[in-house]
Write a protein that binds this ligand. Structure first.
Ligand code: SAM
Length: 366
């Protein structure tokens, strides 16, 4: 159990699903109007005790609320009807940053179990004429994806592509009547080491290099099999520490290669203007270095893909950005990357970068 005797205090993050409810309905007129809003996350559990009647409205992610861990929400009717979804804060950032307009054609390239797919559907909203193509290479995981999509009432917006490899999709094919050539927004959340995953109920510290339990469940609901290469909980505050002390596994390098290929492929989509790339890893090899490698590909240069801090919309005030040295000293790229450190930033360790393309997309920027 490491040096910590107490379970760390994570809030219970709750995302409102716009296909079944909305913020106004729940916060101003409905059940959550009885909760008292607090300004700081820590006010949900002062001095280690829970205050289950308080709510925190996240200033970074729309429709996201936090409650004390003991707030009685697990069996709440809103959960059963799909009006609210438990989803870690950081894992809500990719869809929020992808920010698809209401009628957009969107790809979720690596979709199961479907947390981000259903978040995208919620952002498109009930009146959308848009569409989400949800690729999932693993046939069994595609079943879970289907369940998640149905539970959220998103089946009319989501076209599941079970057992389909995103890397084999061919959106430029003129015979393709599937709409992929109209896709403007692409969410990439590919397999990674999962080194940023920490668990809510049980604080497990796995020594560096030791395998984690197979099939452990992360806070964002996805399963992972990874190696914990983190030194210890107390060192998470400084993002540089783990880079120096964390061991680098061969697997991290082969994953990074795959991650770059996924971004490259997304950059080839003919109508694409915006891509988010995310991992639940804290390793620069899977994060900043992947972003740098993707920006240096010929497809990125030829088609004008860039990263710019000003398209981070609500996350522009988020304090933790990419590690500058890992971006070869390029401040613009480092500032365009969002990092979440495990525990201290309210949940799992996470990384997100946004790539944008054409003038039209740039014109939308503030
Ligand atoms: N975005 C998901 C969510 O929020 O619920 C989690 C995605 S998980 C990190 C990565 C998923 O991508 C796995 O289910 C894996 O099977 C799938 N995957 C990996 N490579 C793929 C590929 N080339 N094409 C489609 N799916 C892929």
């Amino acid at each position: 159990r490491g040096s910590r005797s107490k379970t760390p205090r994570f809030p219970r993050w709750v995302r409102i699903n716009n296909l079944r409810a909305n913020y106004d309905l729940l916060m101003n007129k409905g059940v959550f109007s009885e909760f008292t809003p607090v300004d700081n996350l820590e006010d949900l559990y002062p001095n280690g005790g829970d205050l289950p009647n308080k709510v925190y409205v996240d200033p970074y992610v729309s429709d996201l609320l936090a409650f004390a861990p003991a707030a009685p929400l697990m069996k709440h009717p809103l959960k059963k009807t799909g009006a609210i979804v438990f989803q870690d804060r950081a894992s809500c950032v990719p869809a929020q940053l992808l920010d698809p307009p209401r009628d957009a054609y969107v790809v979720d390239a690596t979709a199961a179990p479907g947390n981000k797919t259903t978040h995208l559907a919620s952002l498109l909203g009930p009146d959308s004429r848009g569409k989400i193509f949800a690729f999932e290479r693993d046939y069994r995981r595609a079943f879970t994806l289907k369940e998640t999509v149905e539970a959220a009432g998103a089946q009319d917006l989501v076209e599941i592509r079970p057992a389909q490899d995103f890397l084999r999709s061919a959106p430029w094919n003129p015979d393709e009547e599937n709409g992929l050539n109209k896709v403007t927004h692409i969410l990439l959340d590919p397999s990674c080491t999962g080194s940023g995953i920490v668990e809510r109920d049980e604080y497990k510290f796995v020594p560096p290099g030791e395998p984690r339990e197979r099939g452990s469940k992360g806070l964002d609901g996805s399963f992972y099999k990874g190696l914990n290469t983190l030194p210890s909980a107390v060192e998470y505050d400084d993002s540089r520490v783990w880079r120096q002390r964390g061991t680098v596994e061969d697997r991290t390098f082969s994953l990074a290669d795959f991650q770059v290929r996924m971004i490259e492929h997304a950059m080839r989509f003919p109508s694409a203007t915006r891509i988010t790339y995310s991992t639940c890893s804290i390793h620069a090899q899977e994060n900043e270095r992947v972003v740098m490698a993707a920006l240096n590909t010929s497809v990125a240069r030829r088609r004008g893909w860039v990263t710019e801090p000003r398209h981070l919309n609500k996350m522009r005030d988020w304090f933790r950005r990419g590690i500058l040295e890992e971006c070869e000293g390029n401040e613009q790229v480092a500032d365009s990357c969002i990092r979440f450190n495990p525990w201290v930033d309210g949940g799992i360790g996470f990384f997100v970068a946004v790539f944008i393309r054409n003038e039209q997309e740039r014109a939308r920027l503030p």
